[in-house]
Design a protein. Structure first.
Length: 135
């Protein structure tokens, strides 16, 4: 279904581009020229036909865009980045003893680095001369 709508959408895009390029601009542009004053495609008649065609093609383009966006969102499951649980975490390899990321303590960066969670240690005593501090 989605492929059919995409093909129709692309044909509408090409038709819309063609109709817009055929319209007469203020400078002349690529507008349809020539023809007698009473002909069907006179400057006034062509303007009305091309204006209506542009409006119809633009409306159809809008409709196919809406249909494509609805079709794209139909099979999407709602997710939230604020929830703590993940829908389906991949299972670790058999025989592996490492827990999945995000489940241990210390945070994700500590787990990725392979280290244990950092515990605040007592400040080390300097072995050299100290800088005098004002009191």
């Amino acid at each position: 279904m989605q492929h059919v709508v995409i093909v129709i959408h692309l044909m509408l895009v090409l038709a819309l581009i063609g109709v817009v390029l055929l319209q007469r601009s203020e400078g002349g542009g690529l507008g349809i020229g020539g023809g007698g004053a009473g002909s069907f495609m006179s400057s006034r008649g062509a303007g009305n036909v091309l204006t209506r065609a542009t409006a119809i093609l633009a409306g159809l383009f809008f409709m196919t865009s809406l249909i494509l966006s609805i079709l794209a969102g139909m099979n999407r499951a709602p997710t939230s980045i604020l929830q703590g649980n993940t829908p389906a975490a991949p299972a670790s390899a058999p025989g592996s003893t490492t827990p999945p990321l995000g489940t241990g303590g210390g945070g994700l960066l500590n787990q990725l680095g392979g280290g244990q969670p950092a515990t605040p240690a007592a400040p080390a005593t300097p072995s050299g001369p100290q800088v005098p501090q004002s009191k």
